[in-house]
Design a protein around this ligand. Structure first.
Ligand SMILES: *Cc1c(COP(=O)(O)O)cnc(C)c1O
Length: 383
């Protein structure tokens, strides 16, 4: 079984060398654009590529405004502040996520509450969310959502589109609407993923992207805030040291952050964005082949949810049990084919062990079984 998988992956990548989980591809205008920033000396926080990367990302995602940041965690931190998160608040999210989601909440002085995920999306479950809120929350006369036991405000809800697969956005928006909770989408993994034809990250009040080296496109390090007109303007201000526009004076009218993306990185981003649809087509083709490979086995290759186009950023297989999962991880990694288990649940990390949760039955079941498989663009799609 595992030998067959190793052989299958090697056939796809046509190599006997080490096969990583996800390798970036630079085959377009990357060198040219980066060289332009050097020639022009505009490598740092201002420059034409930053504006262009923001415009191009807004156009691609359909967001009214896109604001580039130094990484995805910074984008999420700023987005949560813009959504009104304050010290002492609670913020509902998944335990099945990368640690950055929770860290951004903690940077606001708020605390995550972990609600279970759905088996068919791997993301926050609207049913679990509604159930947790019904037992634990109340709405004040002014519409503020509060935790009944501690009286703490519940400031926001942060679903994450796991491995690029969209969460049940209609379901979550309905529950969030009922409880007056602004939704901030952690779309770090889902650039190019569509829910009912619309890009993930533009359904919530705000959404955030990441362009880290392992994501579907990369700027080295980078992120983006997706927002409406008003919050987009606020996002730009907050992430650029809150400096008021002035020809020469330094006037900063609130506590801002230096979360700007350098022009050097934005240049790389502009070139990568031009390649994105090609990358997605290749990864979707690979996903189909994995699905065929695992058909008729007790390993379930994870397919995109209904009404969605997933970018299949990281392919994932659900193993029948933990023993089989460990068998797959050991056999493939020893054979030079990189595979990885999904993250530990956030509530199992010491820093978030005190946080409240709803039992997380589905999250725990999945966390013991999911393995990510090599997901780089296929060699036949490289030019
Ligand atoms: C990558 C990622 C982020 C942001 O990461 P950065 O490395 O800061 O760009 C946030 N959330 C999730 C779920 C991610 O996968």
């Amino acid at each position: 079984m595992f030998d067959a998988l190793v052989q299958f992956v090697r056939e796809q990548y046509r190599t006997l060398e080490f096969i990583p989980l996800h390798a970036p591809v630079f085959q377009g205008h990357e060198s040219g654009y980066v060289q332009e920033t050097i020639s022009s000396t505009f490598v740092s926080s201002v420059g034409p590529f930053v504006d262009r990367f923001e415009r191009d990302t807004a156009a691609y995602t359909g967001a009214v405004r896109a604001v580039a940041t130094v990484n995805g965690t910074a984008a999420l931190h700023a987005a949560l502040l813009l959504a009104g998160t304050e010290r002492g608040d609670l913020v509902i999210t998944q335990a099945l996520t990368f640690v950055a989601t929770c860290n951004a909440i903690a940077y606001c002085g708020a605390e995550p509450v972990f609600v279970d995920v759905d088996r068919y999306t791997l993301g926050l479950s609207p049913v679990a969310l509604q159930a947790w809120l019904e037992s634990n929350a109340r709405l004040d006369d002014d519409g503020t959502c509060r935790d009944k036991s501690s009286d703490r405000r519940i400031a926001a809800c942060v679903p994450m589109h796991t491995f690029g697969h969209p969460v049940d956005l209609d379901g979550l928006l309905a529950v969030c609407g009922r409880w007056n909770l602004p939704m901030v989408e952690d779309a770090a993994e889902s650039l190019g993923s569509l829910y009912r034809g619309k890009h993930t990250g533009v359904f919530g009040l705000l959404g955030t992207l990441s362009f880290n080296g392992n994501k579907i496109i990369t700027t080295g390090g980078g992120g983006m805030i997706l927002a409406n007109e008003e919050l987009g303007i606020r996002a730009k201000h907050l992430t650029t040291t809150a400096k008021r526009p002035h020809p020469f004076e330094y006037v900063h009218d609130e506590l801002g952050f230096n979360y700007r993306l350098p022009n050097l990185n934005a240049a790389l981003g502009c070139a990568q964005l031009e390649q994105l649809e090609l990358f997605i087509a290749s990864k979707r083709e690979l996903a189909t082949r994995y699905a065929d490979h695992f058909a008729d086995s007790d390993f379930e290759f994870f397919r995109e949810p209904e009404h969605c186009r997933s970018n299949y950023w990281l392919n994932a297989v659900i193993c029948p049990d933990r023993t089989q999962r460990d068998g797959l991880l050991n056999a493939s990694n020893q054979a030079g084919v990189m595979t990885r288990p999904i993250w530990q649940l956030m509530c199992d990390l010491p820093i978030y062990a005190h946080c409240r949760h709803d039992g997380l039955a589905q999250s725990r079941w999945l966390s013991e079984r999911i393995v990510n498989l090599p997901s780089s663009v296929l060699p036949e799609h490289l030019s």
